[in-house]
Each structure stands twice: as C-alpha cells, then as structure tokens.
Design a protein around this ligand. Sequence first.
Ligand SMILES: [Zn+2]
Length: 258
Amino acid sequence: MERTVSQKLTALLKMQSIDSKMDELKKMRGDLPEEVQDLEDEIAGYETRIDKFNREIKGWEDEISAKKQRKKDADKLILKYKDQQMNVRNNREYDALSKEVESEELEIQLADKKIKEAKTKIESKKGEVDKTKQILDERQKDLAGKKEELDSLLNESQDEETKLLKDREKQSKNIEDRLMRSYNKIRKNAINGLAVVSVKRDACGGCFNVVPPQRQAEIRERKKIIVCEHCGRILADVEEVIVEEKPKKTTRRKKAAK
Ligand SMILES: [Zn+2]
C-alpha cells in the first residue's frame, strides 16, 4: 500500500512521540544503572584482591608447615647422630658426627627465622584483608541501596515501557524501512533525541534556526518530506502560533489541518 506523504509524516510524528516518552523514562532512571554497574565492577575488584591476599597467606602457611617439618626431621637426625657418637671407633668419626649435629642445629635456627618472617607477613597481610573486607562491606551496602532504588524505579516504569515498546513495534509497521532507517539515523545523531519536529514560531523545533516562510508553506502542504537545512531533522508540521486578536480561529484551523 502506497502511503501519501502526509500519512508518512503523521506516522513519523507518532513514532517521535513514542520515542520521546521512552527517552523521558530513561532520563528518570538517570545515572543509577551506570552507578550500579560501577559499584559491581568495584566490588568484583575488591573480591579479586582478597582472593589474591588469601592465596599469599596460604603460601606462607604452607612454608611454615614445611619448616616445622624440617625442624622435626632435624631433631630426629640430631638424636640419631648423638646416638651414633656413643659407638664411634675414633675421634675422626666423632668429629664428623658433631659437624652433622651442628649443621642440623643451624637448619633449625634458619627454619625458626623463616617461620618468624612468614608469621609477620601473614599478620600484616591479614590486616590488609580486614581493611579490604571493610571497604567491600561498605560498597556492598551502597550497592544494595542503589539496586533497591533502581528496582523500584524500574518497577514503576516497567508497565509504561512495555506499552511504549509495543506501540513502537506497531507504529514502525506504518513506516517504510528506508524512512525508518533515516529516522533512526537522525535521532541517533540528535542530542535531544528529536528526529521529527514541528516549526514553532518560525523556527525549527530541533535546532531553533529560522525556517523561511516559503519553506513553511511547503511544509504545510505536506506534499514532500522536508528536512531542516541546518540540522537535517524532518520538519513534519508548522505549529500555528495563537495570535492574540483571534485565537479561536487559529486553533480551529490547526485542528482542521490535522
Ligand atoms: Zn533544525
């Protein structure tokens, strides 16, 4: 079915009104969706950090266990060497065993030093874990609050959004694909999301540049699709300014034109 230009313009105006309402809904939600996302990212970062700290702590705990085992082994060896010293055949053998004992005693000292160091590191890292957990806790509370706020906003606007999406779907069937693509493109590039506007007080309703009278006359005729020469928005209508002397007549004429 071939539509007249006038029908196309009316369809575009309806589409614009649906999309503008949708923009309004999104504006109402404001920065909340983004803030929630940022907090979630931040929280994930803290969780990763805590995991890393805990892995480091585990590493030092393993080291402590290994050193404790090494000390036990050294104690056993020392007992064994001292036992062997009771049955040596000469001084040389005795001295050799004494050296072994000394060496194991050194191992024990070294292990004690390492254990002490590891314990210090664990203590300090546990402090960092606690601090990070505190921050994490605060952020999680922030997030819960913001999520609740966003959820209630979403709930409030959910029905309206569903209806607008349905309207949009329906309305887009009244507009040919090529025109719909242009409309979407203009809208995407427009700061205020307006692709289809009316001329108001002799100016483009999108960029507020003056539209010459001859062009306004063409727009009123609705014989072809006219775009603003300054901003490229589709000029679908001329909004009649209510003249003070005879307001009723002007209003009526506008209604008749629609
Ligand atoms: Zn314009």
